[in-house]
Design a protein around this ligand. Structure first.
Ligand code: HEC
Ligand code: HEC
Length: 325
């Protein structure tokens, strides 16, 4: 009897070791399939089941009572209506100057960052602080929010003690509930296309006038931060923003646009559209020379210099896109 129990226990132990080994191996495979950004190398479905991390943020209907609940709601509203709120409220306006452009976080992180498909912000409180190559250091969640404030929102940083910054962190922490610290989130970094084909800007413009102007207007000025945000010109993101890179703009457009027919554009069309949008004038980022201090600066950031080369017809797309011919 005793021997039999020992045998069964031993057998169960053996089985669990094998299962754990298989799981560890699978995780390793997932890691190997990811590039340094944590993005899958192919456009395959992300391994949600294997990682076991579900995109299932708690509802905004179930907020905790009291100050915490109020801060979370404030953070949600700031994420969804960023420029309107920061513009209209005296506390956020310095010397009569609004702190931000005319976008909202929702302009790129759809549905206040709750849409799994469109640069979701779910889980961010679980993955930051983390190392960011562009900054060359470990970045906190507060600093990452400020990164989008000064680049994508072409504005000013929140001060460390700004209650609005605390509110945004409270919101992002709330929607990260249940996600283990350091988890690999399958919905992160999905909007990028490697090996983009050489763009044709005239084709991009033609397609833009056909498929995009209903929401973003013929001159790119948009119809509203959450209905069709500004794509270029004053009030749009500056050229230090992540989406000012060809690979990220093309990936974002292909995965998410045009709304209602997302996923229908070819790599060539996405490249044409990205090149058309990013060759238009936009606010400049003043500190390009401080970015990527440890090296590794990508070649596809559409700076003023590259926009000028597009106008002059001297741009070398192979160099910009890192294409080896
Ligand atoms: C013009 C588009 C745009 C706007 C507007 C924008 N972001 Fe972002 N945001 C991005 C892009 C692009 C990335 C990088 C995603 C990637 O690397 O794949 C990013 C990354 C982030 C990240 C880190 C995501 C990660 O997975 O590490 C956070 C947090 C974030 N944004 C918060 C915000 C907040 C808060 C706002 C509003 C104050 C905002 N963003 C406005 C485009 C935007
Ligand atoms: C039916 C309306 C609609 C159409 C058509 C549409 N968009 Fe958008 N676009 C939006 C909305 C709304 C957002 C905000 C994010 C979201 O809700 O997904 C957005 C966001 C964007 C963004 C990121 C925000 C920014 O300011 O840069 C880009 C880039 C973009 N669209 C490009 C395009 C392109 C290119 C096309 C044509 C292929 C297109 N869109 C067609 C509604 C539309």
């Amino acid at each position: 009897m005793r021997n039999r129990t020992t045998f069964i226990l031993g057998f169960l132990f053996f089985v669990s070791i094998v299962v754990i080994g298989m799981m560890a191996n699978q995780l390793k495979i997932n890691k190997e399939n990811a590039n340094e950004n944590g993005a899958p190398t192919e456009n395959e479905a992300p391994p949600t089941e294997v990682a076991g991390i579900a995109h299932n943020p708690p509802s905004m209907e179930d907020l905790p009572e009291g100050e915490l609940g109020e801060a979370i709601l404030r953070g949600y509203n700031l994420t969804n209506d960023t420029s309107t709120i920061l513009r209209d409220e005296a506390a956020s306006v310095e010397d009569g100057e609004a702190r931000v452009n005319q976008l909202s976080c929702t302009s790129c992180h759809a549905g206040a960052g709750l849409d799994e498909e469109v640069s979701s912000l779910v889980g961010m409180a679980a993955v930051y602080p983390m190392y960011i190559g562009r900054s060359g250091q470990i970045v906190t969640l507060e600093e990452r929010i400020n990164g989008c404030m000064v680049r994508s929102m072409d504005g000013q940083k929140f001060a460390d003690d700004d209650e609005d910054l605390d509110a945004m962190v409270a919101y992002l922490t709330y929607i990260s509930e249940g996600i283990p610290v350091g988890a690999e989130l399958p919905w992160r970094h999905q909007n990028s296309i490697d090996n983009l084909p050489t763009p044709n800007i005239a084709d991009g413009e033609e397609l833009y006038q056909k498929s995009c102007i209903a929401c973003h207007a013929a001159d790119g000025a948009g119809t509203g931060s959450n209905t069709g945000p500004k794509l270029w010109g004053e009030g749009s993101f500056n050229d230090g923003a992540g989406i000012a890179r060809m690979t990220k703009m093309a990936g974002y457009i292909q995965n998410n646009m045009p709304i209602g027919a997302a996923g229908t554009l070819t790599d060539q069309e996405a490249s044409d559209l990205a090149a058309f949008v990013l060759s238009q004038d936009r606010p400049e980022w003043g500190k390009h020379d401080k970015d990527w201090p440890a090296g590794g600066r990508p070649s596809d950031i559409m700076t003023k210099e590259l926009r000028q080369q597009v106008k002059d017809g001297t741009i070398n797309w192979d160099e910009v896109l890192g294409t080896k011919k």
